[in-house]
Design a protein around this ligand. Structure first.
Ligand code: NAD
Length: 297
């Protein structure tokens, strides 16, 4: 007995038929002094995304405090790089999950810079395990750093922004908080329940703070990176095979570079985005667009 071949519709997306896709290129963007005279704190700023954000803020004219938890040499190298470009910077060691250390860090910034205008809540980590093998310590560590750490820094920043108020010659806003979230604030992530829970928590924490402090002209938003080339996810891009697998999740067909998060942070911290409040800016090459459907499903 013969069966009729199943008739399937031709995929609607042209690239599924031609494979003639343009080669990805990295944009060249000029730094503009959008943050001149502003004081910024970047947590976890001695590597990866935090490092790129700190450099981008510096190139945009901000004075930058480089927070780090370990590795004073790398933090000092960042300070040297920023000061080498004529920017003002200093390094401060603090574990963002420890209340006393966060309070002391904001005191240090007031001593050094007088105030803080921009907080970049970037410090974060992963401790991955299947749910039935995840220890309470692994769960707690990730929640402590990724969620509680962002709360503690945001609370100190809001206290400082309210104390100082708006200085129109510096910015239309009394202060800006940018939470570095993740596409995993909306995409569930098997084997990473602590991480996904922390980033989902950041999303509603950010929105709730944004709603509460908006009348004080304090702006609070998030950046949700997709796959960005940093040490945290090296196993996703370190070989051609791994990279090809990764691209299946990215409609824009290239990994993101840390500098691209830096540029987004400059814009979100600047008065160019003054009416943007309580939103998440996804910088993910379309990773949150259900890439499994990109050839028509
Ligand atoms: P990374 O490991 O290079 O940077 C994380 C930084 O946080 C490190 O410098 C680390 O020392 C610091 N840190 C860790 N615990 C800390 C603590 N208790 N106190 C202060 N600092 C601490 O990784 P990254 O990719 O640059 O990650 C930066 C942020 O971006 C994280 O919040 C991460 O969740 C987020 N993110 C990254 C990606 C990606 O693809 N790389 C994607 C989505 C979100």
């Amino acid at each position: 007995m013969q069966f009729e071949p199943v008739s399937r519709p031709t995929p609607r997306m042209p690239h599924a038929q031609t494979h003639e896709l343009p080669t990805p290129v990295m944009p060249k963007c000029e730094a503009r002094p959008l943050l001149k005279g502003q004081k910024a704190l970047v947590t976890g700023a001695s590597s990866g995304i935090g490092k790129s954000i700190a450099l981008a803020l510096g190139h945009a004219g901000a004075d930058v405090c480089i927070n780090y938890v370990a590795g004073a040499d790398k933090a000092q190298a960042m300070v040297d790089e920023l000061t080498g470009h004529g920017h003002s910077a200093f390094a401060h060691q603090a574990d963002v999950s420890k209340e006393d250390q966060v309070v002391a860090m904001f005191d240090a910034i007031r001593d050094e810079f007088g105030t803080v205008d921009i907080l970049i809540n970037n410090a974060g980590l992963q401790q991955d395990a299947p749910i039935d093998q995840m220890s309470l310590a692994q769960w707690q560590k990730v929640i402590d750093v990724n969620l509680t750490g962002q709360f503690l820094c945001a609370r100190e920043a809001v206290r400082e922004f309210k104390r100082r108020g708006v200085k129109p010659e510096v910015s239309c806003a009394a202060g800006k908080i940018i939470c570095i979230s993740s596409v995993h604030e909306v995409i569930p992530w098997a084997g990473h329940v602590n991480y996904a829970a922390s980033k989902g928590g950041v999303m509603l924490m950010m929105k709730s703070i944004a709603q509460e402090v908006a009348p004080f002209r304090i702006r609070v938003n998030s950046i949700a990176p997709g796959a960005i080339r940093t040490p945290i996810n090296m196993q996703a891009w370190d070989t051609p095979e791994h990279y090809a697998e990764l691209l299946k999740l990215i409609p824009y067909k290239r990994i993101g570079e840390p500098e691209e998060i830096g540029r987004a942070a400059v814009w979100l911290a600047s008065d160019d985005s003054d009416y943007v409040q309580g939103t998440t800016l996804f910088v993910d090459g379309g990773m949150t667009l259900y890439p499994g459907f990109e050839t028509g499903g």
